[in-house]
Design a protein around this ligand. Sequence first.
Ligand code: AMP
Ligand code: ZN
Length: 484
Amino acid sequence: MALELYNTMSRSIEQFQPLDSGKVGFYGCGPTVYNYAHIGNLRAYVFQDTLTRALRFLGYDVAHVMNITDIGHLADDADDGEDKMVKTAEERGKSVLEIAEYYTDAFFRDTEQLNIIRPSVVCKATEHIPQMIDLIKRIEANGHTYMAGGNLYYDISTFPDYGKLARLDLNDLKAGARIEIDENKRNPYDFVLWFTKSKFENQALTWDSPWGRGYPGWHIECSAMSMYYLGEQFDIHTGGIDHIPIHHTNEIAQSEGATGKKWVYYWLHNEFLVMSKGKMSKSSGNFITLQTIIDEGYEALDYRYFLLGGHYRNQLAFSWESMNSAKNSRRSLLQRIKKLIESAGNTDFSSGDFTSLENTPASVYAERFKSHIEQDLNTPRALSELQALLRAPDISPEHILQGIALMDTVLGLNLITEARKSITEQNSAAASDEDNTFIEELVAERTEAKQTKNWTRADEIRNLLREKGIILEDTPSGTIWRRS
Ligand code: AMP
Ligand code: ZN
């Protein structure tokens, strides 16, 4: 079998063929850092991570690029509303860059806890303005732009394939017209490449450009940075499904409008995480972060496990009941693994690979696991295969664990390490129990020695314990001890 992926562009499953054999260029839209990521956003990044891990597992050399939006993303993905970054900065009395730094750090703390591998390149919009200006110049030179009201717009009527990704009906003008009608636009689907004069008199960050001092529209950063790091054509682009009709549609118009070439070969989109109470938003109190989940007594990896239990192209409903069942399943998985580690002894299973499994019965499970992954990243089935391997009655603990380590390179649940951690915790709890019993026995012996006026032994015990960092205190109700 070979890897098959659902391509939003063709609305069908396609066999994956990279442009350059053995290598994959992959761009995933990153966060707008004006707030914490909510758990819906984090679904998009666990998906990107699963894709990277799966490609590496299948032997590809992956260059994964992710942007950080620290400028230009308006409340609406089209050109309406306020700039999200500027608005937050004003509310908090901080600079845009301070806000960006704070939430970028928070974002990476979340992704680390979810065991998401850091992309090969993480690039900030504000650090790539020259690349954006160069790209806009090319788009302009190809006749796709017009100036109106001080802003530079993309004229979608000059790009016949505009809307092909989302299969937009461009005659449906109402769909293009959003919150506010921008009088400058010739067509409601036109969008801003460069703002100079606009409603944002308060824009803190501006740059000189051929169109005047100003700042870029949101979509241009992804076209400019992806091509800067991956070349004018690359293999895969991802984002949540909300990006199909506006953001990715505009990205294609910009990139292909500049180069005249097909830009991206496979478009992959993750479905939404939905809340039982409706859409996740700050105002509805439905805004759940990874920290909320941790505060409720779960671990970040319980959430990752929950996400892997759904296919990325299906909507997933979040509830605390489903978090409970994810937590319990993951615990029992770790328990099983722990027992296997105990019976297998001190072997290193952390570097899972196919060769270590060759000619063992575990390789059959690993092959099936691989084929689930190759079928458009079917993580629910892959997880079931892992469960089946764990329960295999006729396979040695060593081979099961090697298989688990291999599968976990895709799932990213840190299974062996987590199970080992719980063994260490259990051992240290047992060790301290033993320690406590020893101390209490000595304290009791000392009490008895004092009662029989055996002061030498009583002092001996006090000194012995002091050497171990234990302090004794004689009180009317008996001797108590504490660690110094
Ligand atoms: P943003 O920071 O708003 O640009 O969003 C970051 C990523 O999260 C984008 O790829 C969105 O498509 C994605 N996203 C937003 N909401 C959800 C959700 N509820 N479920 C899954 N992905 C989402
Ligand atoms: Zn993007």
